[in-house]
Design a protein around this ligand. Sequence first.
Ligand code: SF4
Ligand code: SF4
Length: 106
Amino acid sequence: MPEKESKNLNSQTVTLTNYNVCEGIETEIKTKNSLTIKEVSGTGKKGAVKIDIVVNYCKGCEICVAFCPEQVLIMNKEVAEVVDISKCTKCNICEYLCPDFSISVE
Ligand code: SF4
Ligand code: SF4
């Protein structure tokens, strides 16, 4: 995929390297300070929701997958991934339980 754009976020350069739109769900792969952040946004059960997963920090413990009450997340190899953002209730349980601060929901 071609690079889409670069923009400044919190005074740090963020480069969008991938951008997909599929049935109202947007996925962006960002690189920031050598970190790869997979950002999925769409409409969940409580309205607009965005889930960020810092791929480099995820150690594949599967805690977020096991405790998400709505089965929003799955494991893709050793990294957590959003499989159905439309079910997300923004309860933030995944974010609270992740031991490596790899996942955030807003
Ligand atoms: S809880 Fe955190 S470290 Fe564990 S699989 Fe989920 S995102 Fe990765
Ligand atoms: S915020 Fe809640 S519903 Fe959404 S992915 Fe995390 S645990 Fe699942």
